[in-house]
Design a protein. Structure first.
Length: 155
């Protein structure tokens, strides 16, 4: 069985960082994801608004570095939850549980759309692997330091 989803879109609101009773970080946010095609009558492209939830270090990463309007690439799995509303009605919700979240634009672009064809490299071991785009190391955070090459590496 395979349940894997990759989405790229803009955050519709700032992420909300919360903690469970046992102290585990959880962040929820929503992505606006354009469909690759327009309507049959040649109209505008449709946009889907998809709920995302991230846990632990990925949740902390998203809450710290992402804001409304930023482009994000989310890799994870689709989860369907059944729940009961206040009136006792049975409800069903779909959300993506994020395993990895990457920047989809550069810091210079901010909330502006990323230029087509750009490649964003670099990864971090902050929790799961996240891409930091075309950032200069000091611009990200003092928490990250650039590794120095002393010529002793075997590869």
């Amino acid at each position: 069985m395979l349940n894997h989803i990759v989405l790229m879109g803009r955050l519709t609101r700032d992420p909300e960082l919360r903690r469970t009773q046992s102290g585990i970080a959880v962040t929820s946010f929503s992505l606006a994801v354009d469909r690759d095609f327009g309507s049959r009558d040649g109209g505008e492209k449709q946009t889907d608004f998809i709920d995302i939830v991230a846990w632990r270090s990925t949740a902390e990463f998203v809450a710290k570095y992402f804001t409304k309007g930023r482009m994000a690439v989310v890799s994870g799995r689709l989860q369907i939850r059944d729940w009961t509303d206040r009136d006792g009605g049975k409800r069903r919700s779909a959300e993506v549980v994020a395993d990895n979240v990457y920047f989809g634009d550069s810091k210079r672009d901010g909330a502006a759309p990323a230029a087509g064809g750009q490649s964003y490299g670099g990864q971090s071991s902050y929790g799961s692997q996240q891409s930091y785009g075309n950032y200069d190391a000091p611009a990200i955070s003092a928490d990250f330091a650039e590794a120095e090459d002393d010529g002793e590496l075997p590869f």
